[in-house]
Design a protein. Structure first.
Lengths: 319, 378, 279
């Protein structure tokens, strides 16, 4: 039982920012370097530890990581530079003048950036809660139970992502005006949930499907009710996958513009509404600053989830 | 976690107590349109009308931004909403006609003081549709060719010279085709005015005759050949972007966008503008008021202020360097000569009058775009 | 899971799926219906005119879309597997930790900003070429811009790799390490372990993530609009153009249906395949 429940936890370990996976594994792998490069030094574990050549094994690895860092942070540097650039044009490779005047514009009293950020986070949080509440039972049923038209049902969840939304939003807005959902937080959340549900349901389905059936059956055999077996066995094991889906749903909601405009504005203003005009119009400074602002809740949400989850799963494993 | 979210939810559900009168403005166009209302017009209006609050929502640049406003009106009309959630909208010329035809708008120009300060035809007709009374121009915008004077000593004075330039300096001219925004569309329309075998006058003023649409074959073929020598840029902003990075030396831009990029430090201050013969289209941005606005009277007051000579002088000309919406002589009176002349540093008033054209009326407009898609893109 | 579950398994399963399904049906499929009907509306009554015009004008863009999104999906898959593989098999804790810290950042950047930074990073005089020239790695004269199909694929992959890698790394970490250790002891190289042991086991997760990626990319407008909106271009640009330039919802909806058909076909193959495997 213990051995079996470990993987679920470990899955998150790899996702974790703090690198607990590597820390866990490293004591078991004191000969870590021995396998690199086609196993030439497979048996040379002992000397590779002391040999100077071992130092050189770093080189390709460091180069690769460097290249990856460039590929990831190069574009992000662009974002950072534009966020503090007052003047930047050819032939200057870097900004001519730095400053924070555009920050002043974003955070001006009438700019409503803080309020919009708050609304965005609230909408995204509610979207995650609603999506998970809908996706967990659905995912469980799709993964575990006999269901007619299973593939079709999965496909149905995909459609809101797959049909380009532009022509549909007029109809959505019309429906929402008719039933009084326009301009409400609930309306925006509903639009975001229909969009994010594909991530939540598909990933929940995959997460439940990956769990060994026997675990739940063992719990049932030991006298646990179906609900209890689900709550104590399947749900914790699926948790890492569910949390990953929560992150995607959160991000999806945080970035959504078109639906938020048609259903939310002008009463419910999310940050992407501020970002969109600047981004699409090429006002790089304002767009970059808004994007940086959006980074804060995204990363915070991810960190919170990881922390909350680790403690939670750990506690269960200890039982 | 859940508690925080729940309290946040409660905050959101109950915190929407509005002030006495709230005026909602939707505006298409770039960030500077939102800034204009937020930084200047909104506070001014609130000061003159204590207790009111102006809030503005940007719907995005280009036709897409105006289209979103139109769709919003459409959704409310189809849902038979009694009071609409928009009081004033700023839309591109192209969308004023459809809005009037669908009877979404209030006819208000006769009711406001500044209404008689507008005599230009583009406030009466919008691409062939009569919009007289329903619109007040916020400002007039013009497309022109931006160029880098360090590389181009003598800027092209006509489309012919642009073609010659592109031949001599491959890929140094850049424009955004027709799918990435109206500055490219405008260049194409100007091309048809210049090289189409029909009458440009008829394209601008109507009437629509299907036979006219058969007269662009040669012009489009030449345009396809021209495209082989130029850089195609991603969007209105894409052209400015490539000019800013020195990847192209010349390209069509919206004058107001060009100036705002320069103000934001995104374009070298040395770049200049020229309006080539036989001309390129420009268009006004219009203030419109939905007939079912919850605050029609307040909305009229807002537009009256926005189109008064003082605001047009101080806000539109002095702060943003836009060409005024109402007739120039009323605005000029409210300004010193130096500020007024700054408007015309690159494009002198005479050129503007001669080469600043309207877009073709809607049916020709669409026909040209479709012909471009068929002949040039395929 | 109530006890009735065991008595009426199908009904119970349906009951569990219904709330989620109802949500999508009510708030998306219903509004979509009007669009679907609209695709078949022509001035002469119901017909296929919109579709034939769509193929006449945009068949090149359809192929281009398929190639770009397919290419981006492929690149995303390769990148994500490489990252996830190293996270699972990497033997240098420091490098693994560094990679884990590194790879997720693009996940948090909205698509519209991805478009903006791709445009100013990949351009001829963009930050990338400037940096490479500054470091002496690139000759200024041979610098070229990548604001075309390459820019599209790179921008999409940049944004989607972390998404897929996150899911695949999770799946890999939950595998039994016994098999990996055994293979290692037998002297298998890490690429081989990745390819022959890890990948087959995480294939369902990988495919799910890739299909979600594919579908997401199919519906993104801002990246093609800001990186390469010229001809040929992606279908989303054409849809936006049909609506904004002509207010031609009929053709836009027809293009939407075609785009949906492409996504649904890809998803369908996968779903059928995964169903067969389950049996």
């Amino acid at each position: 039982m213990r051995g079996k429940s470990h993987p679920g936890f470990d899955r998150l370990g790899t996702n974790g920012i703090s690198g607990s996976h590597a820390d866990n594994e490293s004591p078991k792998e004191p000969f870590a370097l021995s396998l690199s490069k086609g196993g030439r030094f497979r048996h040379g574990a002992v000397f590779s530890r002391f040999d100077l050549i071992a130092g050189l094994w770093w080189l390709p690895r460091a180069l690769m990581l460097g290249a990856l860092a460039f590929a990831i942070f190069g574009p992000l540097c662009n974002l950072l530079l534009w966020a503090v650039a007052e003047k930047w044009y050819f032939p200057h490779a870097l900004p001519l003048e730095y400053g924070f005047s555009f920050w002043g514009r974003v955070f001006s009293a009438r700019g409503n950036a803080w309020e919009a950020l708050g609304t965005s986070v609230m909408v995204a949080g509610l979207t995650v809660l609603a999506s998970l509440a809908l996706a967990i039972p659905a995912g469980y049923a799709l993964a575990r139970l006999k269901l007619p038209f299973r593939a079709l049902i999965l496909l149905a969840f995909l459609i809101p992502q797959a049909f380009p939304n532009l022509p549909v939003y007029v109809n959505v807005a019309r429906l929402f005006y008719a039933i009084g959902l326009n301009g409400t937080v609930a309306g925006v959340v509903i639009v975001h949930v229909t969009h994010g549900l594909v991530y939540a349901v598909w990933i929940a389905t995959a997460a439940f499907a990956a769990i060994d059936r026997e675990l739940e059956e063992a719990a049932r055999a030991a006298g646990a009710s179906a609900l209890r077996a689900f709550r104590d066995v399947s749900l914790p094991l699926a948790m890492p996958g569910l949390m990953a889906s929560a992150i995607f749903v959160f991000l999806e909601s945080l970035d959504e513009f078109t639906g938020s405009f048609f259903v939310g504005a002008p009463d419910v203003n999310t940050l992407p509404l501020l970002l969109y005009t600047a981004g699409a119009g090429g006002n790089y400074q304002i767009a970059s600053i808004s994007a940086l602002l959006l980074l804060v809740p995204s990363i915070a949400f991810m960190l919170v989830l990881e922390k909350f989850l680790r403690a939670d799963v750990l506690a269960r494993i200890g039982q | 976690m859940k508690k925080t979210l729940l309290s946040l939810l409660c905050l959101g559900l109950f915190a929407s107590a509005a002030p006495a009168a709230e005026l909602t403005v939707l505006t298409a166009g770039d960030q500077n349109m939102v800034d204009y209302v937020n930084d200047y017009l909104g506070p001014l209006f609130e000061k003159q009308n204590p207790g009111t609050k102006v809030r503005v929502v940007g719907t995005g640049p280009g036709d897409a931004g105006s289209q979103k406003i139109l769709e919003r009106f459409e959704a409310q009309a189809k849902a038979s909403t009694a009071k609409w959630d928009t009081d004033v909208a700023v839309v591109h010329e192209k969308f004023a006609g459809p809005m009037v035809e669908a009877a979404y708008l209030a006819s208000y120009r006769g009711k406001i003081a500044s209404g008689k300060l507008v005599t230009r035809t583009n406030a009466q007709m919008a691409l062939g549709t009569k919009v007289d009374g329903y619109v007040m121009p916020m400002f007039n915008s013009q497309t022109a060719i931006a160029y880098n004077p360090a590389l181009i000593k003598t800027p092209p004075k006509s489309y012919d010279e642009i073609v010659a330039f592109a031949q001599k300096h491959p890929k140094q001219f850049g424009y955004n085709g027709i799918k990435g925004g109206a500055s490219g569309v405008s260049f194409v329309m100007g091309w048809i005015y210049a090289y189409g075998e029909g009458s440009a006058e008829k394209l601008m003023n109507g009437p629509f005759e299907p036979a006219e649409t058969q007269k662009w074959g040669k012009a489009l073929k030449a345009l396809k050949a021209f495209n082989a020598n130029v850089t195609l840029t991603p969007g209105n902003a894409g052209t400015l972007d490539m000019l800013a990075r020195g990847e192209i030396a010349m390209g069509p831009v919206w004058v107001d966008m060009f100036l705002s990029w320069q103000r934001n430090g995104q374009l070298p201050p040395s770049l200049k503008l020229v309006l080539p013969a036989p001309g390129m289209p420009g268009q006004p941005m219009h203030y419109v008021i939905p007939a079912k606005s919850a605050n029609v009277a307040l909305a009229e007051k807002f537009v009256a202020l926005a189109t008064s000579p003082e605001v047009q002088a101080e806000g539109i000309v002095k702060r943003f360097n836009w060409y005024p919406g109402i007739d120039a002589q009323h605005v000029q009176k409210a300004l010193d000569k130096a500020t007024w002349d700054k408007l015309f540093i690159d494009v002198p008033p005479a050129d503007l009058a001669r080469y600043g054209k309207p877009f073709p009326i809607a049916p020709y407009n669409n026909a040209i775009l479709e012909a471009y898609e068929r002949e040039v893109l395929n | 899971m109530p006890n009735s579950l065991s008595r009426h398994p199908r009904l119970a399963a349906l009951a569990l799926v219904t709330p989620a399904l109802a949500m999508v049906a009510l708030f998306f499929l219903l509004p979509l219906l009007a669009s679907v009907v609209g695709a078949f509306e022509t001035p002469e009554g119901p017909g296929l005119a919109n579709f034939s015009k769509a193929f006449a004008l945009y068949s090149r863009d359809m192929l281009f879309t398929l190639a770009i999104i397919g290419g981006a999906t492929l690149l995303t898959g390769l990148g994500a597997v490489a990252i996830a593989g190293y996270l699972t098999l990497g033997e240098c804790p420091l490098a693994v930790a560094a990679l884990r810290w590194l790879y997720r950042w693009p996940l948090f950047i909205p698509f519209i900003v991805v478009g903006q930074i791709a445009r100013s990073f990949l351009a001829k005089n963009g930050l990338m070429n400037n940096a490479l020239i500054g470091a002496g790695l690139l000759d200024p004269l041979s610098a070229t811009g990548m604001l075309d199909w390459r820019g599209l694929i790179l921008a999409f992959a940049w944004k989607q790799i972390p998404f897929v890698a996150l899911l695949v790394a999770g799946a890999m970490a939950s595998l039994d390490r016994g098999g990996i250790e055994a293979a290692r002891n037998l002297g298998a190289s890490r690429p081989r372990i990745l390819w022959e042991i890890l990948l087959p086991q995480v294939a369902p997760s990988l495919l799910t993530a890739l299909i979600l990626s594919f579908v997401t990319m199919m519906s993104v407008l801002s990246v093609p609009l800001m990186v390469a909106s010229q001809s040929p271009t992606l279908l989303t640009v054409d849809i936006a153009f049909r609506i904004n330039a002509y207010r031609d919802y009929g053709l836009a909806n027809a293009l939407g249906m075609i785009s949906l058909a492409i996504s649904a076909t890809v998803a369908w193959f996968y779903l059928r395949h995964s169903l067969r495997e389950k049996r």
